[in-house]
Write a protein that binds this ligand. Structure first.
Ligand code: ZN
Length: 412
């Protein structure tokens, strides 16, 4: 959806044309520079996709209609929130080459197809499944199985006519969420991990059921597993609500791959970095926490003792929980080839932005933290988008551990 506004800058009172390539999130905070005085102008774009309407509100500029006789302002701004915009398209009309999509095509090269598939799938899942998943999530977290069964039957994830046992209802909900995560990671990767975890837990249930149950009970009673489960589900849903940021990161990642980094200057007009930053930190913290839950399961599976770690040491779950992030990393290095996903998390960025407020300097395209740390905004978005690829593992961990509570385990 493309929109055109005539605007007057409240700083310099000059007029310009504002062309907006409307992105996919319902609410999109935007920032751009006045083409006359260069001051940063902010606003919020609200999109109603059902009725195909978008509305931009801003206290930094005034919008007006241009009469047929009067001349359009000469200068313009082209605004996109989920696409990096090459600076050469800036301010131009479509006829003059102002379309960011057209300008990006040669930069994306062979990756254009992959990107389009991922983007379309995400869009489809968000529009078709996200509202139902959001409604179902509290039922799942509160273990309200009957109403959850009804909800899932509506989106045809389980057979609503038959009485369904609890593990199957949980499976229906979790499977839907995992399917949604496929375009963020990759189908192969998600399928591989899923089968790996499924087999691991099945083997443990039949070979060491008593210890598995005991360990899972400890997670719930002493390590607040319910909180991890809740935070994981909520973080995934929040990331989907802002999936346009993931799309923007994918664009940039593919462009860098295809051009070897020589892609020219690109800009982005999002203004939601506080939100992305907190999601980034949540994903990072949850990933580190997840090691305290999956680590002892690996210990049990590979070494028959939940306290025997893969670095050769033997210590309690509590002691492991207290280790620093980098000291916990051996778990994903040693026991299972999870490195690909955990390595997507940038500890350096997390540490630099974690305790600081961060502000976006639109003119220099940089995010600047209080401690002086600076990062190019597109690099940050790319890093955020890559971090979301670990969500399917966090999801599998919460799913498998909680679901194994609902099975009858042979304890003799
Ligand atoms: Zn101005």
């Amino acid at each position: 959806m493309l929109q055109k506004y005539f605007a007057r800058c409240e700083t310099c009172e000059e007029k310009f044309v504002l062309r907006i390539g409307v992105g996919h999130a319902a609410v999109q905070p935007v920032v751009f520079a006045c083409p006359h005085c260069n001051s940063s102008l902010r606003g919020v774009l609200s999109v109603d996709y059902k009725n195909i309407v978008a509305k931009l509100e801003s206290s930094d500029c005034l919008f007006f209609s241009c009469g047929r006789e009067s001349k359009e302002p000469d200068k313009g701004v082209n605004l996109y929130t989920d696409v990096p915009v090459p600076v050469e398209c800036q301010g131009r009309s479509l006829v003059e080459g102002g379309s960011a999509f057209m300008a990006l095509m040669p930069r994306l090269g062979i990756y254009l197809e992959d990107l389009s598939i991922q983007k379309d799938m995400m869009q489809h899942f968000v529009h078709d499944f996200l509202p139902a998943v959001r409604r179902s999530s509290s039922l799942y977290l509160n273990e309200n199985w009957k109403p959850l069964r009804k909800q899932l039957a509506k989106i045809e994830m389980i057979d609503g006519d038959k009485p369904v046992p609890v593990p199957q209802i949980s499976f229906g909900f979790n499977e839907t969420l995992l399917t949604m995560l496929i375009p963020i990671s990759s189908g192969y990767c998600v399928g591989y991990r899923f089968n790996f975890f499924l087999k691991l837990f099945k083997d443990l249930r039949s070979n060491d059921g008593k210890n598995l149950r005991q360990l899972i009970d400890t997670y719930y009673n002493e390590f607040n597993f319910n909180l991890f489960k809740k935070q994981t589900i909520e973080t995934i849903i929040k990331c989907f609500e802002h999936y346009d940021a993931i799309v923007a990161g994918l664009y940039y990642e593919y462009i860098l791959l295809n051009t070897d980094g020589n892609c020219g200057k690109l800009q982005i007009f999002r203004d939601d970095f506080q939100l992305l930053k907190s999601l980034y930190i949540d994903i990072y913290e949850l990933s580190m926490k997840s090691l305290s839950f999956i680590g002892p399961i690996f210990n049990l599976y590979y070494r028959n003792d939940c306290k025997k770690w893969s670095n050769g040491e033997c210590y309690s779950l509590k002691k492991f929980g207290k280790l620093k992030a980098h000291e916990k990393e051996f778990v994903f290095m040693n026991d299972m080839n999870l490195c690909d996903n955990y390595n997507m998390l940038d500890r350096k960025i997390r540490n630099k932005i974690g305790h600081n407020s961060i502000s976006y300097d639109f003119l220099s395209s940089k995010l600047v933290a209080e401690n002086g740390y600076e990062i190019n905004v597109l690099d940050f978005i790319k890093s955020y988008s890559m971090a979301t690829r670990i969500l399917h593992i966090l999801h599998l961990i919460q799913w498998m551990i909680s679901e194994n509570q609902y099975y009858k385990i042979k304890t003799t």
